[in-house]
Design a protein around this ligand. Structure first.
Ligand code: FAD
Ligand code: NAI
Length: 475
């Protein structure tokens, strides 16, 4: 007889483990299945985010930022560092420790909330009276039955056709996070979020980094003014970014990896690097699910098809996170996980897709919420814009980090905030105020009239809001 559950969650990334915890909090008997293995073959819940995504990339971004500061910026403060050196193995070891702490934290949280965790692959067996049978294939195989199933199987890196990842020379995000020594020359294909974050890590540590991007525009989804400012800063730091290229043959040999490509002018070029990171987007993880036996509908890209409420075509089957439409972001996955658990419990879970923030953890950081200026122009909406540069912010000057600006976009008639875009120090933290404001449908005047601590970077947010009405005080 199989074990019976109210809810079975397949996948323990941020979408899955959070859905499992919320469902358990609401009084349901919950199972959560995840197949990720740590280096000893044991469970490593947390998904891409914890194991090879958000957490390890931010650990390495922090370490490399410290090295960059010590190498190039301490002297401005009168601090001399003699014999500065770096040990990549220690850096990677620290990152691995951070990952492990997170894996253990999630196992603890699942236990604390009485979620039954199963280590192995979950796949559909068949629909049964009032639910579904799910097979767990792991060290031992067993069958579970759930009244409701939440698919949260996430995504994996997309390789270029004919160039599989070997994680030695041709790296996905996985290999990119465990390069053992600083490559002299590093190439990246794709100047998206991973390309820029990983490129920044290894550039700070001393690599000569070239990023080849297929599109002619830099960060096309970002507000143009902000993307331009960021591009200027990255180029100044020494990141080489080539836009509008067509990548051709990639070959691995004794001298490294050679990439043939055509540049934006149509000229044939060759790039020889020690390592190549391919960061050209991600695929949904659905092939292990046995979706066809129950008739779960996938789209042509393999994503599980869901409606706005994360309902699939099957009664009692839901899907959240990277495996469904929408941005591939950990916090979007979590929000969907909570909302689905609440809907199963008969509540009115809700995700506001208009206020999902984005952050790119480069230096300067880039963060935004809501619409860009180019989107507003395209939609014909009339708007007012206000910007404030960090150069005019006292705290930024004290920090020695004055690159960038805060930009507000507000409705021309009602003054409702339609988008906030930041490039600059701590943009990842500053954006939270804008998210709250937009969630409460605040006007730019609301932010302009709120008292912000002095001296703080958040004063730049207030000043940008004031600038919407052309009344900045400090610029
Ligand atoms: P995942 O995290 O992918 O988890 C899915 C889990 O399901 C995995 O553990 C997988 O092993 C398991 N699984 C799959 N199939 C099965 C099966 N059949 N049976 C059992 N288990 C299965 N997002 C941010 O918001 N901020 C960031 O800073 C950020 N940085 C990133 C950096 C990198 C390098 C990468 C690659 C991604 C980053 N992301 C970031 C994106 C973020 O990691 C994802 O959006 C997030 O992990 C999606 O969560 P998820 O739960 O949908 O899927
Ligand atoms: P991405 O979609 O951000 O960027 C991929 C880039 O590669 C695009 O600019 C695209 O035009 C380019 N590209 C695609 N095919 C190409 C080709 N053949 N040749 C040259 N360029 C090509 O995808 P990425 O960087 O792989 O990251 C995947 C996702 O992971 C992100 O979209 C994001 O959702 C998530 N992520 C989020 C982070 C964050 O929130 N800070 C950090 C890292 C990843």
């Amino acid at each position: 007889m199989s074990k019976q559950f109210d809810v079975i969650v397949i996948g323990a990334g941020p979408g899955g483990y959070i859905a499992a915890i919320r469902a358990a909090q609401l009084g349901m008997q919950v199972a959560c299945i995840d197949e990720w293995k740590n280096d000893k073959g044991g469970p490593a819940p947390g998904g891409t985010c914890t194991n090879v995504g958000c957490i390890p990339s931010k650990a390495l971004l922090q370490s490399s930022e410290h090295f960059d500061q010590a190498s190039h910026h301490f002297a401005e403060h009168g601090i001399a560092v003699k014999g500065l050196s770096m040990d990549v193995a220690t850096m990677i070891g620290r990152k691995d420790k951070v990952v492990k702490q997170n894996n253990e934290g999630i196992l603890y949280l699942l236990k604390k909330n009485k979620v039954s965790f199963f280590h192995g692959r979950g796949s559909f067996v068949k629909a049964v009276e009032g639910g579904y049978e799910i097979l767990v294939t792991g060290a031992a195989s067993e069958t579970l039955t759930g009244k409701q199933v939440i698919v949260a199987t996430g995504s994996r890196a997309r390789a270029l056709p004919g160039t599989p990842f070997d994680e030695e020379n041709i790296l996905s995000n996985d290999g990119a996070l465990r390069i053992g020594t600083v490559p002299k020359k590093l190439g990246l294909i794709g100047a998206g979020v991973i390309g820029l974050e990983m490129g920044s890590v290894w550039r700070r540590l001393g690599s000569d980094v070239t990023i080849l991007e297929g599109l002619p525009t830099f960060l096309g989804a970002v507000d143009e003014q902000i993307a331009k400012e960021a591009h200027k800063a990255f180029v100044k730091q020494g990141l080489k970014i080539e836009l509008g290229v067509a990548v051709g043959d990639i070959k691995t040999g004794k001298k490294g990896v050679s990439v043939a490509y055509t540049n934006a002018k149509g000229e044939a070029q060759a790039l020889l690097v020690d390592k190549l990171i391919v960061s050209v987007g991600r695929y949904a993880n659905t092939e292990g699910l046995n979706a066809e036996v129950v008739g779960l509908t996938l789209d042509e890209r393999g994503l599980v098809v869901v409606d706005d409420d994360c309902k699939t075509n099957l009664p009692g089957v839901w899907a959240v996170g990277d495996v469904v439409r929408g941005p591939m972001l950990a916090h979007k996955a979590e929000e969907e996980g909570v909302a689905v658990a609440e809907r199963i419990a008969g509540q009115h879970g809700h995700v506001n897709f208009n206020t999902v923030p984005w952050v790119i953890y480069t230096s300067p950081e880039i963060a935004w919420v809501g619409q860009t200026e180019q989107q507003l122009k395209a939609s014909g909406r009339t708007y007012k814009a206000g910007t404030f540069p960090f150069l005019a912010n006292g705290r930024a000057r004290a920090l020695g980090d004055t690159t960038g600006m805060v930009k507000f976009l507000a409705d021309a008639v009602t003054d409702e905030i339609l988008g906030v875009h930041i490039v600059g120090p701590m943009a990842s933290e500053l954006i939270a105020e804008a998210v709250v404001a937009m969630e409460f449908r605040a006007s730019s005047e609301d932010i302009a009239r709120i008292c912000h601590a002095h001296p703080s970077l958040s004063e730049a947010t207030k000043e940008a809001a004031l600038a919407v009405d052309k009344r900045s005080l400090n610029f």
